[in-house]
Design a protein around this ligand. Structure first.
Ligand code: ADE
Length: 251
């Protein structure tokens, strides 16, 4: 899978992503990361990429021209490697987008090429957004100084789902949010630490019992910490918590 990031700060994005697991995935050729500097595409002789907002208001706006030309070059380069012409999805990372979640990460991980557009200043001229953006996505209801950190968060979440990126494929299936629930608590050695003992069932070697205990813990943790996720899970899986309830009630 190929990630193309349109940004004014390419080093920030690449330095952040080219470490640890995502960096190794790139070295192995499982993904590629390309950060393209929008400033390189401005036709302004002073290399300016922003200007005042029509109608007044605080701050500067990124102009349409450099953003459009940068996008066009990225698309041309992608299509050079292909027989047929395709228009890859363009994600504009913005607090005005739909909030990113694991299902969206799974959906986007199936794309071959994905372009991220990182804004700065007060945003980007609406006209270019209308022409090139396919997805408006936020990482949460708060405002960052620019889109780079948000793009890095999304790229990390998406890239780790690409087959082979995680050593243990199973961990992506059992982790929090994979099935709409938070993950159960986990324990490692020693068996007793600060007078706290690892739950007996985990030492039993009884796989069915361990699985049932983990499911119960996942449900309870989700109910307490993320009630809205719990409610959604109950709606989608009406039979599961009933079983759980009966077990708790000794039925
Ligand atoms: N840019 C600034 N704030 C953002 C946010 N919360 N999500 C995505 N992009 C952003």
């Amino acid at each position: 899978m190929n990630f193309h990031i349109m940004t004014l700060f390419p080093e920030m994005v690449l330095d952040g992503l080219r470490t640890s697991i995502i960096g190794r995935a790139e070295e192995k050729g499982l993904i590629s990361l390309e950060a393209v500097n929008i400033r390189d595409y401005t036709t302004d002789k002073h290399k300016k990429v922003d200007d005042y907002t029509y109608g007044g208001g605080a701050g500067m706006l990124m102009q349409a021209q450099p953003v459009y030309d940068c996008w066009k070059t990225i698309c041309e380069n992608i299509n050079k490697k292909k027989d047929s012409e395709t228009k890859p999805r363009v994600v504009y990372v913005t607090p005005q987008g739909e909030v990113f979640h694991q299902k969206k990460a799974v959906e986007l991980s199936k794309e071959k090429d994905l372009i991220f557009l990182c804004g700065h200043y007060e945003g980007i001229d609406e006209r270019v957004l209308e022409e090139i953006v396919t997805d408006y996505i936020s990482i949460g209801d708060y405002v960052l100084t620019g889109g780079e950190l948000a793009a890095m968060v999304m790229i990390d979440a998406i890239a780790r789902l690409v087959p082979g990126v995680l050593n243990n494929d199973e961990s992506a299936q059992t982790e929090s949010h994979a099935n709409g629930l938070l993950e159960y608590p986990q324990y490692s050695r020693p068996e007793i630490w600060h007078d706290k003992k690892v739950p007996e069932v985990l030492l039993s070697g009884h796989h069915a019992k361990i699985e049932a205990w983990r499911m119960e813990q996942s449900l309870e943790r989700t109910r307490l910490r993320r009630p809205e996720l719990y409610e959604a899970y109950l709606l989608a899986n009406p039979s599961k918590p009933e079983k759980n309830k009966k077990r708790k009630e000794g039925l």
